[in-house]
Design a protein around this ligand. Structure first.
Ligand code: FNR
Length: 379
């Protein structure tokens, strides 16, 4: 156990560990447009701050004098066992961070044996990602489409390519109010970073008047936002796929109950990393009521603002089954490709493992017995 930090101290060129250092290094490496797109939140970034504040309000009351020499960090999801409760959040357009984009991330996921969730708006297609890491566990994050046939086509392609679950994001019925991108005049769509799954989709391509780049941009803009998405669409998707479906972006316990009533297999508690509606509750603050409402019927994954192993510990102690990591791995990708992604995830994992032991637990499940206190002061 004692060598977890030493392996970083012996590193020849120190790789940033804390989120602040990672963000700073990525800011120096990336151009203002891509960096601003990745870093920023919607509006005045209150949601972004709420995510961090929620973690900071919880403190652990550790227990001692238990044998914590062996820590089991494994979890089980949809019948498979994974070595860690840290998963990759679906992050679109990875080509803006690194040339190898999603291919580098899925290879890291394969190496670390954790699920990779590929975004609809990825630089490389589902098929290219599957080809790069055929044995990795891959899930597909679906953005619904105004033209439902495109959504069904993408879901069917994912299933055919060996993806094992569908993560339907429900909080992006239209794009959030993102001022940083206006300030930087940055549109990743217009730079072609989102094209992988669209230009390889026969149903989407058949809707275009021609195969020019302009037509593709117009086509995506017409199809990607879906303000009419409803429970009926979700029931229909369920009829058309054999894969488990998770809903990403659930914050209200009543929506969690409706999800279960509609046959959903898993819930991702998330506010999209503060990128959609500004002024939303920190995702960790939304977790306890959802844990209570779900009552163990389906797995719950906590997303948004998990920047330390200790944050993951708090989410797991409050009843999440796993957590997803967004910006930290994207910064790792920007800094050093696949190796950078692995470095970030390994550091988070090492901190989590040490923290589980220091809190007095020996497994992810045992964390549920750890006492947390919540400080409600806002000053
Ligand atoms: C995202 N996120 C996201 N979510 C999704 O469902 N589909 C997507 O295509 C994207 N794209 C995307 C791009 C970038 C650059 C970021 C930073 C995020 C949201 C992502 O899945 C996750 O909810 C947040 O990143 C979690 O918050 P943290 O970990 O970044 O704080």
């Amino acid at each position: 156990q004692g060598d977890l930090l030493l392996k970083n101290i012996n590193a020849q060129a120190p790789f940033p560990i804390s989120f602040a250092d990672l963000e700073q290094a990525a800011a120096e490496k990336l151009a203002a447009g891509p960096f601003g797109y990745i870093r920023s939140g919607a509006g005045g970034e209150q949601t972004l701050r709420n995510n961090r504040a929620a973690f900071e309000r919880y403190s652990i009351v550790p227990r001692f004098l238990n044998d914590v020499s062996t820590i089991d960090t494994s979890i089980e999801l949809f019948g498979k066992t994974y070595p860690t409760p840290l998963l990759f959040a679906p992050v679109g357009m990875n080509g803006m961070a690194h040339d190898k984009g999603e291919l580098a991330v899925v290879e890291a996921a394969h190496h670390l044996r954790i699920p990779y969730i590929q975004s609809t708006v990825s630089t490389y297609s589902l098929e290219e990602v599957a080809h790069a890491a055929p044995d990795a566990t891959k899930w597909f994050q679906l953005y619904w489409s105004t033209n439902e046939d495109i959504a069904y086509s993408m879901a069917a392609r994912a299933e055919a390519a060996g993806f094992e679950a569908i993560v339907l994001t429900v909080d992006t019925v239209m794009l959030g109010w993102r001022e940083e991108d206006v300030r930087n005049q940055f549109s990743p769509l217009k730079l072609g970073y989102a094209k992988g799954n669209y230009i390889n989709d026969p149903v989407f391509m058949a809707t275009l008047p021609d195969h020019s780049f302009e037509s593709y941009v117009q086509g995506v803009l017409q199809n990607i936002f879906h303000p009419t998405l409803s429970w009926e669409n979700i029931r229909e998707l369920k009829r058309r796929t054999n894969l488990p479906i998770l809903l990403k972006g659930i914050l209200h316990p009543e929506d969690a109950k409706l999800a279960i009533a509609n046959g959903i297999d898993g819930i991702i508690v998330s506010n999209h990393g503060g990128r959609q509606l500004d002024g939303v509750v920190g995702s960790l603050d939304a977790l306890p009521a959802i844990v209570e409402a779900v009552n163990g019927q389906v797995p719950i994954i906590l997303d948004s603002g998990v920047y330390r192993g200790m944050d993951a510990l708090k989410a797991l102690a409050l009843g999440a089954d796993a957590v997803t990591i967004g910006r930290p791995f994207v910064y790792g990708l920007a800094l050093a490709g696949q190796e950078g992604v692995e470095k970030v995830m390994t550091n988070l994992y090492d901190e989590l493992k040490v923290s589980i032991a220091l809190a007095g637990a020996t497994s992810v499940k045992a964390l549920r017995n750890i006492t947390l206190v919540k400080n409600d002061r806002t000053d």
